[in-house]
Write a protein that binds this ligand. Structure first.
Ligand SMILES: C[S@@+](CC[C@H](N)C(=O)[O-])C[C@H]1O[C@@H](n2cnc3c(N)ncnc32)[C@H](O)[C@@H]1O
Length: 253
C-alpha cells in the first residue's frame, strides 16, 4: 500500500500534466465542448439572469448566440500576463467576470491557477464553476479575491462606473485587475446595421486611458497597458490593462 503522501504527490503531478495540455487551443476547445455538451445537452443546466437596469439591452441574447467560441483564445491576452505576476501563486483567489463558457477557466488552469481557488460569474451559466450574477452587484463579500479578470465584458454595461466599483470592492487591497476590451473602428450605426441590434452599450471605451480613468483612485501600479498604436487599424483590436489596486474605491483622489 503506497504512503498517502506519495499518492497525493502523484495525483498532483498527474493533474499538473493534464492542465499543461490545456495550453493547446484545440485541447481546450475539445475539453470545453465535451463539458458544454454534458452540462447543456444532457444535464440541461443552461440558466440566464436578466440582471439590473445597468445591463445593456440584448446582452444575454447576443452572448447566448456566441457560446460556440469555446477556446476563447483572446482571454490569453489577460491570462498570460496575469500568470507572471509575482504575488499571484497557485493558491491565489481568482474571479473571472463574464467568461461566457468554461474556456477562459480552462486557460487559467493551464496557467497554473488552482481550480479550488477559481470562481466565475456571468449572466449565463451552465457550469458548476460559474455563478449566475451581475457585475453591477457582484454576489461576493468585500476583499474576496487576489485577482479579478474582466475580459470583454465591460462593453455590456450602461453603468461602467458601478461595475468598476464592484470589481474594486471584491478585490483585496493590492490585488491585480485585468481588463480586456474590444476596440472597434466601426461606428455604433454600422455595428447595429450588421447585427440588426447594437451588442453592448452605446457608450464605448476606446483607449486604455479611458479604462484606467474608470478606476481612478483605485489604481496603484499599472503592470500592462496595451493600447492602439498609430496608424489607426481598420479592424477590431484588443485594449488590455493590468493594474494593482490601492484598495480605495474608484472616484476618490
Ligand atoms: C463577449 S463575452 C466575453 C467572454 C470571454 N471573457 C472573452 O474574453 O472572450 C461577455 C460575457 O460577459 C457576460 N456579461 C455581460 N454583462 C454581464 C453582467 N452584467 N454581469 C455578468 N456577466 C455579464 C455575458 O453574458 C458574456 O458571457
Amino acid at each position: 500500500m503506497p504512503h498517502p503522501s506519495l499518492v497525493r504527490r502523484h495525483k498532483g503531478l498527474l493533474r499538473h500534466s493534464l492542465h499543461q495540455l490545456l495550453h493547446v487551443d484545440a485541447v481546450r476547445h475539445v475539453v470545453a465542448t465535451a463539458r458544454y455538451r454534458w452540462y447543456v445537452t444532457v444535464r440541461r443546466r443552461l440558466r440566464t439572469l436578466e440582471g439590473s437596469a445597468a445591463v445593456s439591452g440584448d446582452t444575454v441574447h447576443h452572448n447566448v448566440s456566441g457560446m460556440g467560441d469555446l477556446a476563447v483564445v483572446r482571454s490569453l491576452f489577460l491570462i498570460r500576463p496575469l500568470s507572471v505576476v509575482e504575488q499571484l501563486g497557485p493558491d491565489a483567489d481568482v474571479l473571472s467576470i463574464g467568461p461566457r463558457t468554461e474556456g477562459e477557466l480552462l486557460a487559467l488552469l493551464a496557467h497554473g491557477f488552482d481550480r479550488r481557488h477559481l470562481r466565475a460569474v456571468d449572466l449565463i451559466s451552465y457550469s458548476p464553476w460559474v455563478d449566475l450574477g451581475d457585475m453591477h452587484s457582484l454576489p461576493y463579500a468585500d476583499d474576496s479575491f487576489d485577482a479579478v479578470v474582466a475580459g470583454w465584458v465591460l462593453a455590456y454595461s450602461d453603468d461602467k462606473q458601478r461595475a468598476a466599483s464592484e470589481i474594486v470592492r471584491v478585490a483585496r487591497p493590492g490585488a491585480t485587475v485585468a481588463v480586456g476590451i474590444e476596440w472597434n473602428p466601426d461606428t455604433n450605426e454600422a455595428i447595429e446595421a450588421a447585427f440588426g441590434y447594437l451588442p453592448g452599450s452605446e457608450e464605448r471605451l476606446t483607449s486604455t486611458a479611458a479604462i484606467l480613468a474608470l478606476f481612478a483612485g483605485s489604481v496603484d501600479r499599472v503592470l500592462v497597458e496595451h493600447d492602439i498604436a498609430a496608424p489607426t487599424p481598420d479592424e477590431p483590436r484588443a485594449l488590455v490593462v493590468l493594474f494593482t489596486t490601492t484598495g480605495r474605491p474608484p472616484g476618490g483622489p
